[in-house]
Write a protein that binds this ligand. Structure first.
Ligand code: SAH
Ligand code: SF4
Ligand code: F3S
Length: 447
């Protein structure tokens, strides 16, 4: 079949893993001869890469999907694909709910898009949600940025946090080999990418499923070893990694980050709650004291390190006093950024079945109070940049003010300053910071 003039549109919901998967699927479609289309209503193939972390994320997909399903009645050769975490969670049921669908594919199947589409073009309605060993992708992803890129190092998650769907939808941990990771990074270096973020849902678990663990129980392959192994890839100037889990975060890793010049002083370590009882009910496997010790150690090695996190309010049974322990942790640590969320009961997770659920009113009240505090601490953290000269890697034009460009500090602060993107894209420049807001700063380039 000739796809030369066909267009595709991908809509991505959810986390960085989904964005990375979308880039690989876009790459596969382009190798097949499809061209990107900005407008889903013009596309011959529409792919929703979905997220089910909270109920509102899932519901969004259904409303988008409804519109395209209708369009399919006028344009029967439209190909409709649902990929990602809702696809994995709902499987066959999605076909019953939206019979217009051609393909439902879980995240482990992202790299198999071409095969699966071939089955669709052969006349089948396809559901691919069985657990598989993730195959290395041999096509080139179509990356959204030409400066920063994501590289998966471990897929899946073996934790069982009592609120979380990720292990159900992403499957068990599968680490890529250090060689495959390095080869991808070298290719990115050749293509002049300047910053790479290594990705995993629980990145500290990297390597524990690879052969070669020692009899003493130490793993031969760890995130720390990987950082040393890939650090010198040429062309790449900055390295980041996410997401860290407080349970497995080691001092050895912190030391490596302080020793390795390309690793940026930014750590994303979700704490979820500042209360030990709630942490236990969440099955997180650490206490708030342990979390505080990790941050202290990071700051001992790297005093200016930026710390970001995720937190949940209104977990089943959370009392006002327990919620206040979260506020206290936030106040004490001084976070640069926190992604906050009200607890959302998810199908197939233990906490969803408990009878001590918190009312929506209380959840939204707590979320508001937490967000208020987060904005205040983030603003205080932004202020520390004032009058400093920061290294900024320029990524793009400022969409709100074309006379400015946008980049990030090593601490991941969004930074704007006057300049031309044609000249500055991909360059690391020195910027004197003159203005600060909660989540971004502004300055002027200095030479
Ligand atoms: N692997 C990461 C987080 C993955 S999910 C970790 O272990 O921290 C991203 C974030 O979504 C979580 O950190 C959590 O804050 C939030 N989240 C996950 N499940 C949720 C739920 N059921 N309700 C509300 N927020 C949730
Ligand atoms: Fe979910 Fe916990 Fe795994 Fe993070 S570590 S993805 S919160 S189960
Ligand atoms: Fe959402 Fe799946 Fe990521 S549920 S947060 S897209 S792992």
């Amino acid at each position: 079949m000739n796809n030369a003039t066909k267009k595709y549109n991908i809509v991505t919901f959810g986390c960085q893993m989904n964005k990375a998967d979308s880039e690989r699927m876009a790459g596969i479609l382009e190798t097949m001869g499809f061209a990107a289309s900005e407008d889903p209503n013009e596309a011959d193939l529409v792919l929703y890469n979905t997220c089910t972390i909270r109920d509102n994320a899932e519901q969004k997909v259904y409303s988008y999907l409804g519109r395209q399903a209708k369009r399919k009645h006028q344009q029967p050769d439209l190909t409709l694909v649902v990929a990602g975490c809702v696809a994995q969670q709902e499987g066959e049921q999605l076909l019953r709910r939206v019979p217009e669908l051609d393909l439902v594919m879980g995240p482990q199947h992202a790299n198999r898009l071409q095969d699966l589409l071939q089955q669709v073009y052969d006349g089948n309605q396809v559901v691919a949600t069985e657990p598989i060993h993730i195959v290395e992708d041999i096509t080139k992803p179509r990356r959204d940025s030409s400066v920063t890129a994501w590289v998966n190092i471990i897929y899946g998650c073996n934790e069982r946090c009592s609120y979380c769907v990720v292990p159900n939808v992403r499957g068990t941990e599968q680490s890529r080999t250090p060689e495959a990771i390095k080869a991808e990074m070298e290719e990115l270096g050749r293509q002049e990418y300047k910053e790479i973020t290594l990705l995993g849902q629980n990145i500290d678990a990297y390597g524990r499923d690879l052969p070669g663990s020692t009899p003493e129980g130490r793993h031969k392959h760890t995130l720390t070893d990987l950082l040393y192994y890939v650090h010198d890839v040429s062309g790449v100037e900055r390295l980041r990694f996410a997401t860290s889990h407080p349970r497995y975060f080691t001092e050895r890793l912190i030391r490596a980050c302080s020793e390795l010049p390309k690793v940026c002083e930014h750590f994303h370590i979700p704490f979820q709650s500042g209360d030990n009882e709630i942490l236990k009910a969440m099955k997180r496997g650490y206490t708030h004291e342990k979390y505080r010790r990790i941050i202290d150690t990071i700051r001992r090695y790297m005093p200016d390190a930026a710390i970001s996190a995720d937190a949940i309010v209104g977990f089943p049974g959370e009392t006002e006093a327990q919620f206040e322990n979260t506020l206290k942790l936030v106040e004490d640590i001084g976070f640069d950024l926190i992604n906050t969320a009200a607890y959302s009961p998810r199908p197939g997770t233990p906490a969803a079945l408990w009878d001590n659920q918190i009312s929506e009113e209380i959840k939204s009240d707590r979320l508001q109070r937490l967000n208020h505090l987060v904005a205040a601490t983030a603003a205080a953290r932004s202020d520390r940049y004032l009058n400093r000269v920061e290294e900024v890697l320029v990524e793009a034009q400022n969409t709100k003010d074309p006379s400015q460009v946008m980049g990030r500090t090593r601490g991941n602060r969004l930074t704007f300053f006057p300049g031309k993107i044609e000249k500055l894209e991909g360059k690391t420049v020195r910027v004197k910071i003159t203005e600060s807001r909660a989540f971004s700063i502004t300055g002027e380039m200095v030479v």
